[in-house]
Design a protein around this ligand. Structure first.
Ligand SMILES: [Fe+2]
Ligand SMILES: [Fe+2]
Length: 467
């Protein structure tokens, strides 16, 4: 049983129907400190009422990618809410035992939601703002008498420095039993990764709370100190039986959103893409994440869908065109160049490839095809010279579900193409160099390349390793 499993929950009757949970909670008031500029994460705040019984520790504590990682850090968590005066507390890093006195207290937003009809779940979010760059802190979440452990967070330096982050394709299936080893191996191998990028299909059924329980159980304490930068996959959009089809069915489920508090710098006025299209600038790298579900077919006929399509496309152009960073990394779920059988996202490729080439995107990180392949430097659907303008695309998988490889884009691909292999990837950025390495879940390095930029921003690609 997961450490996050509620003490009074009942077993799930099937994979598709999450168990009905009933939460009772103890809640006392938490003081609100002064000094640190802090605010509740401004999303869907709702008043909390306070039934009192059976305190249990907060769980599923996840830091989210931040639009300003040197100064702002948001955290989301789950509790057996609704809680009275939910909050997060922050102190400077210390090696001494902690009393909690003098901690800065940030009131939290309560976000109730219905994963399935008639079932209410509760998530909480808080934002630490006004943080010092390149500084370690300790924080905890919950409320008085029912706090989490003190977790570590670390802000980014204000000026670019060498750093690494992790990238993984679809976790999706058998999360507790089999995906767990990928994330744990990655953490053992790269404990200093600044964030974890997940390229969609985080779970198999986006609404299914038991699968989110598995996912967060597999990650354990890792996302409480390593921010997660997710993008929605097609499986993350699935709704429970009996739920009315939403106006925008290609958007992620409420359960997906309950786990994150992401930058709200997506297309202005497009509420359905909140937390599903955003960017984060991290030490010289702009990372653009968006929901690609809407782009996998022709331009929609429905007016409201067309408006989202147009707004998302315009936003992508805008954030790529106005990027002050040295590097540009894009992540979305569906591959521009598919690696598995019976798949080809031609409409999306024809739409996005010219935009990526026009704006000098360096790297596109994707999932969905449950195999591993990555291109050489490409432009106009062809391999180009290592020092010519072009884009590198990667497809990967971290969970145990696998598809057969399909060689239709083999002419664009590097030699190493893997099926039936769970993987994670490290991307190390150091000023003018970006080094990409692929590792299987046993920890073995299986593929690698690097990009080096000159003074004018042009890059040269070099293959560095193949299995
Ligand atoms: Fe998928
Ligand atoms: Fe998938």
């Amino acid at each position: 049983m997961s450490i996050f499993t509620r003490r009074n929950e009942v077993a799930a009757p099937s994979e598709n129907v999450p168990s009905r949970r009933k939460f009772l909670f103890s809640a006392l008031s938490a003081g609100v400190g002064a000094g640190l500029a802090a605010q509740a994460c401004a999303q869907d705040a709702a008043p909390a009422s306070a039934p009192a019984d059976l305190p249990a520790p907060p769980g599923r504590i996840l830091l989210s990618a931040s639009e300003n990682p040197a100064r702002v850090q948001r955290v989301a968590w789950r509790a057996h809410g609704p809680l009275d005066t939910p909050a997060a507390q922050l102190i400077p890093m210390t090696a001494s035992p902690i009393s909690g006195e003098g901690a800065q207290t940030v009131p939290a937003s309560h976000r109730p939601f219905e994963p399935v009809p008639g079932m209410t779940e509760h998530s909480y979010t808080a934002a630490f703002t006004g943080l010092e760059p390149d500084t370690a802190y300790l924080y905890r979440v919950g409320n008085e008498g029912n706090w989490s452990a003190w977790n570590e967070l670390r802000t980014a330096p204000e000026k670019p420095e060498k750093f690494r982050f992790l990238y993984m394709g679809d976790p999706q299936n058998d999360l507790r039993a089999q995906w767990s080893r990928t994330i744990r191996r990655a953490f053992r191998q790269v404990p200093d990764a600044r964030f974890l990028l997940l390229a969609g299909d985080l779970v198999n059924h986006g609404f299914n709370d038991d699968q989110w329980d598995e996912l967060t159980d597999a990650m354990g304490f890792i996302p409480a100190s390593m921010p997660v930068l997710p993008t929605p996959g097609n499986h993350d959009t699935k709704r429970a039986e009996g739920v009315e089809t939403p106006e925008h069915p290609y958007t992620a489920s409420p359960t997906y959103h309950a786990h994150f508090c992401l930058p709200e710098n997506g297309p202005a006025g497009v509420d359905c893409l909140k937390g599903e299209a955003y960017y984060a600038d991290y030490m010289g790298v702009r990372i653009v994440s968006f929901n690609s579900n809407i782009f996998t077919d022709a331009r929609p006929r429905k007016q409201s869908h067309r408006e989202v399509w147009d707004a998302l496309l315009a936003w992508i152009e805008e954030v790529l065109a106005n990027n002050p960073n040295r590097w540009t990394v894009v992540t979305h779920h569906h591959p521009v160049y598919s690696g598995s059988a019976r798949r080809d996202n031609k409409a999306m490729r024809d739409l996005l490839r010219p935009i990526y080439e026009k704006h000098g995107v360096d790297l596109v990180l994707q999932g969905h095809d449950h195999c591993y392949c990555r291109t050489l430097k490409t432009a106009d659907d062809k391999v180009v010279a290592a020092d010519a303008p072009g884009v590198v695309y990667v497809v990967s998988v971290s969970g145990p579900k696998m598809y057969d490889m399909d060689p239709k884009f083999k002419a664009l691909m590097a030699d190493t193409m893997l099926s039936r292999t769970q993987l994670f990837h490290t991307i190390e950025v150091d000023g003018d160099s970006l080094v990409f390495d692929s590792h299987d879940t046993s920890g073995r390095r299986v593929d690698g390349f690097r990009l080096d930029k000159n003074a004018s921003g042009a890059s040269t690609m070099k293959e560095t390793f193949k299995a």
